[in-house]
Design a protein around this ligand. Sequence first.
Ligand code: KIV
Length: 281
Amino acid sequence: MGTKLLVTDLVAKKAANEKITMLTAYDASFATMLDQAGVDILLVGDSLGMVLLGYESTVPVTMAEMLHHARAVRRGVKRAVLVGDMPFLSYQVDVVSAIRNAGRFMKEAGCDAVKLEGGLEVCDTVRALVRAGIPVMGHIGLTPQTAGQLGGFKVQGNDLASARKLLEAARALALAGAWAVVLECVPDELARVITAKIAIPTIGIGAGPGCDGQVLVTHDLVGLFEKFVPRFVKQYANLAPRIREAVAGFVAEVHSGAFPDAAHSFPARPDLRELLHDKDA
Ligand code: KIV
């Protein structure tokens, strides 16, 4: 569907006042559906640690896990820009290992860009990645990898000092060369102001309608992640009960013998049937 989008096409959308859509994808089958539905950016988010792998947070997620899923997503994408999410400690230790790890997303998984969390403290790294030819998306506000330091999973930038800090971080990321920035869990008016004051697209999650684009975790959007549903999530479908119902139907029909019936079996040819029942065979 459509020609392959480039990072520059998405930056141009901000100038054209066109909204950008971004969703998480962790495997080829979801990636294919989301791509066909017209999503602009597929993010192989480190949220896969909680959504798919059953971790309590995104902190334990490794580069190996991220690359495994990013490669699978790549196989399902034709149009969308593919962004690999750099996991905790894959970019914070030093700039050289950040370039090496970001480069793996590009070279080994075919990503178009990487995303990393943080404000002023990651700007040197962002600059180095961009200089190395790697497009970078920033992520500020509620940053799940360091949520403990932020007082847990709660709205950020609620007072003037922290709101100013977020605006400063967004400006610094743009200046460092980031091509977009995710704003997570910030008051809607702050997101609107940041969006107006920087030239790169803002992609909001729990940041209100004033952003240049919106991102959600796909499993939240379709009702497949049931542990908790954040306030900012709108469920467009509720698939988990439907899957349970389908699977319960399978279990019941196998037990009763109703499945598989003739329509779902391969009838033996009459000659084979005869031979199979020939007592002398
Ligand atoms: O890991 C993720 O899914 C994310 C999005 C929620 C922005 O970072």
